[in-house]
Ligand binder design. Structure first.
Ligand code: ZN
Length: 435
């Protein structure tokens, strides 16, 4: 945690630079954002051409927005994209004409609960256009009895979808996936906080001279980007067991984590252990088909156990998907606090020791090998009242080449040193071997 000292200010500086960029699922602001992140980590930036088929989806045309506004008949600008890039529904097609309020109204969105907020709306896969406004702007527009001049100067053209990738090789080729999304415009928690935390997390790993596991960092537009990425890297992705999907990590509120599709998978216990170190209350959300890119990474063909540790998780805070999710709501020190949890979790993941058992069917015959522990023998300290025999049998059952000793230690509530002693014995007997 001491390593993090001073990073809050640096994160704040990056927040201020990246916040104004009008990101979407494609486009120049995404490239600009990734270029800024390249100052922190050696991200490789890739482009996937529009029209490319990726599983059941197709990479859409690229969207470019030059300017957009609504003026009344006396030339007063009532809504202007230049004031907030949430004012225009993302992927709006071009419009340039006069219309009465009655015709315009279905294209104007205000926030159902927060009058001061500009809501965030998109229309990626349906050709449409629209503006998002505050309640006051909505009322002003609705009072106009004369036609209004509506301009959206946008282009949709065959271009490409941009994503960033960083592969950090370790001693083992077994990879850990760390993914975040880069498609949201000016909103700080969802998901600029996630982009920055992920970059700082990668920076942290880059400082290490040696890694046990390999790490795959992915910066993609949500949904279409993670589907495309998985399609382009299918063989590698199918081998991944653990993933972290970094989203909404910068709010002032409570920590939480979303469980992986298999709630018994060790990544959930490791996350709980990291969160417990905070000594503050946190929420636990079961896996759900709604959410972020874990929807793709844990789909049938991949089944990666992804978790999301969040601070003010998406859906759960009032300012979500609105202009009030801004730099008053999010700051560098809040993101830094989440970063310490992710760093702790990565330390746990990184230090995992995994053993496999050579005997896969039925129980090992201990007595034949002379390693059946003597009954009433000395009970080692910190064993949670398990006898050596109990622990020997549990270890032989647990060691499946995937599950770590750290996880067994958490589940059995037995010191890892105690388990390691027994593992040594079983390794000596050629029953276990380290992955
Ligand atoms: Zn979102």
């Amino acid at each position: 945690v001491e390593l993090m000292a001073g990073e809050a200010d640096e994160i704040d500086a990056y927040l201020r630079r990246l916040f104004p960029l009008a990101r979407s699922i494609t486009g120049e602001p995404n490239r600009q954002s990734l270029r800024v992140l390249q100052e922190l980590i050696p991200l490789e930036v890739h482009e996937i051409p529009s029209g490319t088929k990726v599983y059941d989806w197709t990479i859409p045309d690229e969207w470019r927005l030059h300017r957009a506004w609504i003026e009344n008949s006396s030339g007063r600008r009532l809504v202007d994209f230049a004031c907030s890039n949430l004012h225009v529904v993302s992927y709006s097609v071009a419009v340039d004409r006069w219309m009465y309020w009655a015709e315009l109204a279905p294209h104007i969105h205000s926030h159902p609960q927060l009058p001061k907020a500009i809501p965030y709306r998109t229309s990626y896969y349906e050709s449409n256009w629209g503006f998002c406004v505050t309640a006051a702007q909505y009322d002003e527009l609705a009072r106009e009895t004369r036609p209004l001049r509506v301009l959206i100067d946008s282009e949709l053209f065959p271009g490409s979808l941009t994503y960033g990738e960083l592969l950090l090789p370790g001693t083992s080729t077994q990879e850990i996936l760390i993914s975040t999304y880069i498609c949201h415009p000016s909103m700080a928690n969802d998901n600029l906080s996630g982009m920055l935390l992920t970059a700082f997390l990668a920076k942290h790993l880059l400082k290490k001279s040696k890694l046990r596991w390999s790490y795959r960092f992915v910066f993609v537009p949500e949904t279409i980007g993670s589907i495309a990425y998985s399609a382009l890297n299918e063989q590698a992705m199918k081998k991944i067991d653990i993933g972290l999907v970094v989203a909404t990590v910068g709010g002032p509120g409570k920590f939480s984590y979303k469980q992986s599709w298999n709630p018994l998978h060790e990544i959930n216990r490791l996350a709980e252990a990291s969160l417990a170190k905070l000594e503050e209350d946190f929420d636990r959300y079961p896996f759900d088909i709604h959410g972020s890119d874990e929807r793709q990474y844990s789909s049938q063909g991949f089944q990666i156990n992804c978790i999301t540790v969040a601070k003010d998780r998406y859906y759960q805070y009032d300012e979500y998907h609105s202009s009030l999710d801004n730099l008053s709501f999010v700051n560098g020190s809040q993101i830094e606090k989440s970063l310490t949890i992710y760093v702790d979790l990565l330390e746990r993941i990184e230090s995992r020791r995994i053993f496999d058992c050579r005997i896969r069917h039925g129980e090992v015959m201990l007595s034949r090998r002379g390693i059946y522990p003597k009954r009433g023998g000395e009970l080692l300290p910190n064993t949670n009242d398990y006898s050596e025999l109990d622990l020997t049998l549990w270890l032989l059952r647990f060691c499946d080449g995937r599950r770590s000793l750290e996880d067994m230690s958490l589940e059995l509530k037995v010191d890892i040193e105690v388990l390691l002693k027994i593992v040594e014995k079983l390794t000596h007997e050629n029953l276990l071997y380290e992955i």
